[in-house]
Design a protein around this ligand. Structure first.
Ligand code: CP
Length: 318
């Protein structure tokens, strides 16, 4: 694992290749940008004159707007290309679309696409920084970073020895994959919770056993882990990635975090969710909006993380 600055990679495609020092470096930069997000410091001009292309070929609320706000706060201009209006809907390939956008002289491309590995493919074909905003079931690195930042804030800057449950549709989740890399890199143990159809056994061996890295385990019984974990990250059931199979009829009863279950968690154990939430399915509204919830803090931190990523890649891009 390299100790060089993460920006030397030229892109942000995933968290798998980042060391704990590199992850902490991005979160540290994000913390420095947070007063701008909170409005207690004026916007920065680090990216004045730069143009960021948001190429979102799958739907998004949080990530796309968050990248736009982050770019504006740094003085950059943003152009948006959305799936329904992009020529990919006429059959143009992802690489052709991105190559044409790069040829227009943009300074960076933020890409969300349905293809796992799509961001890396673009990075091989364009000569500007590529930032992965979620590629299929592969990774969602800025979501992983904002989750990491939120948990580090909550636990006073250290995650070593903490146990974090990620609950739900793990099989479909790029968020879970990014979090597996970042949380274990910081020494947290992760327990993946859900029915066998949504938590394949191979997830237990995704991350290697390494000194200093946390362990990954699997449980199919939420009630068995809920009272012993330090944080709970609920995931959305991604109905669009299932053909009606894999989601048990009694999912809500067995794996939904309702008021009664949340009441059995230890005091102070926080609840996270990347959004969008299926309210009343994986997460009760009272819990999503209750005192344990860090969900809106995650969203605010997301702008700061995206500022750190954009500044790191585009300001250092010459
Ligand atoms: N968390 C997340 O990726 O949300 P969006 O799909 O709204 O961007």
């Amino acid at each position: 694992m390299t100790t060089a600055t993460w920006t030397s990679q030229g892109h942000l495609l995933g968290l798998e290749t980042l060391s704990s020092a590199q992850l902490r470096s991005i979160v540290g930069d994000a913390e420095a940008f947070l007063p701008i997000v909170h409005g207690t410091m004026p916007d920065a001009s680090l990216l004045e004159g730069r143009v960021v292309a948001n190429l979102f070929l799958e739907n998004s609320t949080r990530t796309r707007v968050s990248f736009s706000v982050a770019a504006h706060r740094l003085g950059a201009e943003v152009v948006d290309l959305l799936g329904s209006s992009a020529s990919t809907s006429k059959g143009e390939s992802l690489v052709d679309t991105a190559s044409n956008i790069a040829a227009m002289g943009v300074d960076g491309i933020v890409i969300r696409c349905a293809a796992s590995g799509g961001a890396e493919l673009l990075a091989q074909h364009v000569n500007v920084p590529v930032i992965n905003a979620g590629d299929g079931r592969h990774e969602h690195p800025t979501q992983g970073l904002l989750d990491l930042m939120t948990l580090l804030q909550h636990f006073g800057g250290e995650l070593a020895g903490r146990s974090i449950a990620i609950v739900g549709d793990i099989a479909s989740s790029r968020v879970a994959r990014s979090n597996l890399w970042s949380l274990t890199a910081l020494g947290a143990d992760v327990v993946l919770v859900g029915p066998p159809t949504l938590v394949p056994a191979e997830f237990a061996s995704v991350v290697p056993e390494e000194a200093g890295r946390g362990a990954v385990s699997i449980s199919h019984d939420l009630d068995a882990v809920l009272e012993s974990v330090d944080a709970v990250m609920m995931l959305r059931i991604q109905f669009e990635r299932h053909d009606g199979d894999g989601i048990p009829d009694d999912y809500r009863e067995r794996f939904g975090l309702d008021v009664e279950r949340a009441g059995r968690m230890a005091d102070g154990v926080p609840v996270l969710h990347p959004g969008p939430i299926n309210r009343g399915l994986e997460l009760a509204p009272e819990v999503a909006d209750g005192p344990r919830s860090l969900i809106l803090r995650q969203v605010t931190n997301g702008v700061a993380v995206r500022m750190a990523v954009l500044a790191g890649l585009l300001a250092s891009d010459g």
